[in-house]
Design a protein around this ligand. Structure first.
Ligand code: NAD
Length: 483
């Protein structure tokens, strides 16, 4: 008798030899890799094995000064003078190189981040290339984008990104900035700098004029120097709500404009008439994709009370099939947690679920002994006051609540300081529209979850941020409209 739970996959590891990781990386300033002024470096590790991958330069104020000056010179002397169609050609060139080198990028991202190769190969890198293709098309059509007949770039954009989608977040930042005629100083997160540094090589390969893109590596102090630099015209930040608030305070009263893409606590609402099996797939995708390190994760499941037993049984059966382990294995569903610090944040916050009386369940799975790992976890018996329901865990942990009426679902879904994403599962189109109209979330998926497209604007309400990225709306963050 066959038993689907016993079905085993043979390991299918991707080869790490596809990427040539240097032992040490400098800062990418004015088209060249240079040593940091202080000579300080830090290491980046593979979170699945704890092995050191490379030493990376640590940028201090003197380095930030150089990078901002390079970006300013490139803006005034080259980039703002170049015909828009020519700018677009560089973006196309970068997009094509990303496609050509996609395997290399996917492997490097998986090694540095811990996310499964299946996701970097099929999602992160193709979407990053798609963002460059999409924005390449806009470069010479900005006067048709609805921001006036002759919209102008701000100048120098300071861009700071998190570690959960390093290359994709870089593309969300750099592609629209360049298409609209801005130059860039970008700082990747301290635990995932390597794909941004490989992207610097792509800029060289594409012949991008020196200084148009500068990549500086470092931590929060480096980011703070960048945000506060007087030579910066625009700040684009993706990261936690706490740091987003600090940045908003830091630039208040200055000439700097900002877009902030912050945290989330998305509600995934399943009505009684939903296609249950599809909803289960959507729930799994919503919270376990990328180890739950997803700002728009469906981390709060709202179930109509009368389907809760059936759905939870199916969800647990499905979770029993999640394959956890080596992120380089093409069969792996759930990879490593990105860092020891994030693992301890997830562990501490999930533990409050136990302390506050929620009921924890995880499949019986064996976690690797080296590296940072957390099992897929659901909590039932959760109330709206529990910390696991209110705070962003940013890990593979789902809180389950129930509701009886559609209005109760709306009230519970909106009862959060965040407003980034939501999902609706129902058979009825009219119910999708009724619900979506009442949800305070920037992105709402219906009968699907975690679908992204460069043409579709992404962003939040409330403490999930300011502004939109992607689509025509996202261009406005980089343009001074002239109406
Ligand atoms: P984080 O805020 O700690 O760090 C993000 C980046 O900001 C890093 O590069 C970090 O070095 C830098 N930074 C830290 N302190 C800074 C300061 N004072 N000034 C300037 N820069 C500073 O966030 P994280 O832990 O790396 O990322 C997880 C968070 O990002 C989650 O809250 C998640 O929801 C959010 N996120 C949001 C989106 C979105 O589009 N809304 C997308 C991805 C991640």
């Amino acid at each position: 008798m066959s038993n689907v739970n016993k079905f085993e996959y043979a390991p299918a590891p991707e080869s790490a030899a596809l990427v040539n990781i240097k032992s040490e990386y400098g800062l990418f300033i004015n088209g060249k890799f240079v040593a940091p002024k202080s000579g300080k470096t830090f290491t980046t590790i593979n979170p699945a094995t704890e092995e050191i991958l490379a030493r990376v330069a640590y940028a201090e104020l003197a380095d930030v000064n150089l990078a901002v000056t390079a970006a300013r010179n490139a803006f005034t002397k080259t980039w703002s003078k170049m015909p828009a169609a020519e700018r677009g050609k560089y973006l196309y060139r970068i997009a094509r190189i990303l496609q050509e080198r996609s395997r290399e990028f996917a492997v490097l991202e998986t090694l540095d981040n811990g996310k499964p190769i299946r996701e970097t190969r099929d999602t992160d890198i193709p979407l990053a290339a798609a963002h460059f293709f999409y924005h390449a098309g806009w470069a010479d059509k900005l006067s048709y984008a609805g921001h006036g007949s002759n919209p102008k770039p701000y100048g120098v954009a300071a861009q700071i990104i998190p570690w959960n989608f390093p290359m994709l977040m870089l593309a969300w930042k750099i592609a629209p900035a360049l298409a609209t005629g801005n130059t860039v100083v970008l700082k990747p997160a301290e635990t995932t700098p390597l794909t941004a540094l490989l992207f610097a090589e792509v800029c060289q390969q594409a012949g991008l004029p020196a200084g148009v893109v500068n990549i500086i590596t470092g931590d929060g102090a480096t980011g703070s120097h960048l945000v506060n630099h007087p030579g910066v015209d625009k700040v684009a930040f993706t990261g936690s709500t706490g740091v987003g608030k600090a940045i908003a305070k830091a630039i208040a009263g200055t000439k700097k404009s900002a877009t902030l893409e912050l945290g989330g606590k998305g509600a995934n609402i399943v009505f009684e008439d939903a296609p249950i099996d599809e909803a289960v797939e959507g729930i799994v995708n919503g919270i376990f994709f990328n180890q739950g390190h997803v700002c728009c994760a469906g981390s709060r499941l709202l179930l109509q009370e009368n389907i809760q037993d059936e759905l939870l049984e199916k969800l647990k059966n499905r979770m029993n099939l999640i394959r956890i382990g080596n992120p380089m294995d093409k069969n792996t569903d759930l990879g490593a947690i990105n860092s020891a610090a994030q693992l301890s944040r997830i562990t501490d916050l999930a533990d409050t679920g136990d302390i506050e009386g929620a009921i924890r369940w995880s499949p019986n799975c064996t976690l690797p002994t080296k590296g940072f790992w957390y099992p897929p976890t659901i909590f039932t018996g959760v109330s709206q006051s529990h910390r696991i329901e209110r705070e962003e865990i940013f890990g593979p942990v789902l809180s389950v609540l129930t509701f009886r009426t559609p209005q109760e679902a709306i009230d519970k879904a909106n009862n959060t300081p965040y407003g980034l994403s939501a999902g609706i599962w129902t058979d009825k189109g009219s119910r999708i529209l009724w619900t979506a109209k009442r949800l305070r979330a920037g992105v709402i998926w219906a009968n699907t979850f975690n679908k992204f497209d460069p043409a579709s604007p992404f962003g939040g309400y409330k403490e999930s941020g300011w502004g939109r990225e992607g689509g025509r709306h996202g261009l406005s963050g980089y343009l001074k409209g002239q109406y």
